[in-house]
Design a protein around this ligand. Structure first.
Ligand code: 5AD
Ligand code: SF4
Length: 478
């Protein structure tokens, strides 16, 4: 059977995007797809960032609108979708491994439909590899055409051919899509899509398209509706939320949005992720004055060395970053700052690495995601020669992690003895007698309780012990 190739990815096209107006697509399900999933099940494996988690909630919503029910066992499901991440090679390797497992499953159950979507298919090399070496994959689609899922599924069913649709355009905005949200008390809310920063190591601007902001009315309505449904917390999502509104050509920017969302009555607002260059005073003031905006911020620094920052195209120096942290602490004294750091960028010297350690010591981040640089084909940094051995990169990562963990624990110690407000997520993974949730500062807190009616509620917990990655506490009677 011949493949149905509607469109293939093109990284060059993704980079050289034009200044086209952003299209808003209003989702509605055509009648012909309404019963396609009758008596059938679906399962979505999600990898990578919160953006992917939010996309999977939309896909789940679309599946359910088509009549599908979520499978309890992925390997017995009628449709399995892998929503993938391309940020680093090890993220991709994990997914190739899962695909390898699915090969055997498909042999046992040839009627199973296997689809792969998200950032990986946006890369030419991945889609070519899928086409050449993974004949059991039925459906390949990208990040810009989730709205087309019903049509793609139908085509895969009826043609029994491999259906490929990966768009490398700048991407649109999807409104009115159904969502099956993972939680009943906290929700992701996309406020913008794409990224125009083009950090030299990063594949995201190519896989996720141009920066495009949702209309503020649509965001405010979504959050207001969530409040009516009883949601307590929203996390505003975007690759660079601080650039919100820039593409709309109005004066209304991220700080204004925070203030308007504060008025909806939602109790907790968080946002991720930020770019230091675009984090402005208006936003910091909004964080300080809006009660619902939590005193916590993830502010990726990537490196503490000016030469490396320049090579990364981060557009700030380590001093600019430190000044920003100073301003943040002036306005929000108890702010809990976390970050992302990459070690082993091509040709990073020991001295440059030491500058990163110095910056970590100065800021005392209360947590960090740390990574070894991973070359991504098609990005400028991937063309650089690199004289640092992988062994040395691992050594640097280990050294950095020791320091990061020290301040992680110091951050957790700050609240010892305090009564903190916790939004209860569920039963603790390590002990069924304990519940766990997050404090305002995004600290993971475990406390003893068998009262499952507390899940999804705000409770007061006295912090009794600080571990490196979490806190222990005792429920306080109201
Ligand atoms: N190699 C290693 N880490 C990367 N990140 C992005 N691209 C790469 C890469 N090529 C990290 C950055 C970013 C986080 C989401 O992933 O630190 O902030
Ligand atoms: Fe990647 Fe930089 Fe955009 Fe973040 S800001 S998604 S690191 S290009």
């Amino acid at each position: 059977m011949k493949d149905v190739k509607i469109s293939l990815p093109d990284l060059l096209k993704a980079r050289n995007r034009k200044q086209e107006e952003t299209k808003t697509i209003h989702f509605s399900l055509a009648k012909e797809y309404e019963n396609l999933g009758k008596d059938k099940t679906y399962y979505i494996f999600t990898y990578g960032c919160q953006g992917n988690e939010a996309d999977s909630e939309v896909m789940a919503g679309i599946f359910e609108k088509m009549g599908y029910v979520k499978a309890t066992d992925p390997y017995l499901s009628d449709v399995v979708i892998l929503n993938t991440c391309a940020i680093r090679e090890n993220a991709e390797n994990r997914i190739w491994g899962v695909l390898g497992n699915l090969k055997g499953v498909k042999r046992e159950n040839p009627d199973m439909l296997i689809g792969i979507c998200g950032c990986m298919p946006q890369e030419e090399k991945t889609t070519n590899r899928l086409l050449e070496s993974y004949p059991f994959v039925d459906l390949i689609f990208g990040t810009h055409n989730i709205y087309n899922l019903p049509k793609l599924i139908k085509e895969a069913y009826f043609t029994k051919a491999k259906v490929v649709e990966v768009l490398s355009c700048q991407g649109g905005i999807l409104e009115d899509a159904p969502k099956h949200r993972e939680h009943k008390h906290k929700a992701w809310v996309n406020i913008m899509y794409g990224c125009d920063e083009f950090c030299t190591y990063c594949i995201v601007p190519y896989t996720r398209g141009k920066e495009r902001s949702r209309a503020k009315e649509d965001i405010i309505k979504e959050v207001s509706d969530l409040v009516k449904q009883g949601y307590i917390e929203v996390t505003l999502l975007g690759q660079n939320v601080n650039a919100y509104g820039k593409d709309l050509g109005e004066d209304y920017t991220f700080g204004d949005l925070l203030c308007d969302l504060d008025k909806t009555g939602i109790k907790r607002i968080r946002y991720t992720t930020s770019h230091p260059r675009d984090l402005d005073l208006k936003t910091i003031k909004a964080m300080a004055t809006c009660k619902s905006v939590m005193p916590q911020l993830h502010l990726p620094v990537q490196s503490g060395d000016d030469n490396i920052l320049k090579k990364m195209n981060r557009k700030y120096t380590h001093q600019m970053y430190l000044d920003l942290v100073k301003t943040l602490k002036e306005y929000i004294p108890d702010i809990a700052l976390t970050t992302d750091i990459i070690v082993g960028f091509p040709n990073e010297t020991e001295e440059e690495f030491q500058n990163t350690l110095k910056l970590v010591e100065e800021v005392k981040f209360e947590g960090a995601f740390t990574f070894i640089y991973s070359p991504r084909e098609g990005t400028p940094a991937a063309k650089l020669k690199d004289d640092v051995s992988l062994e040395e990169k691992h050594r640097r990562l280990d050294e950095l992690n020791v320091l990061v963990d020290k301040y992680y624990k110091e951050g957790n110690l700050k609240h010892l003895g305090n009564v903190e407000e916790i939004l209860v997520d569920g039963v603790s993974k390590n002990n069924p007698d304990y519940l766990c949730g997050y404090s305002k500062h995004l600290k993971l807190v475990n406390f003893k309780s068998s009262d499952h009616s507390l899940i999804g509620k705000l409770v007061n917990v006295k912090i009794t012990e600080a571990k490196t990655w979490f806190q222990m506490g005792e429920l306080v009677d109201e």
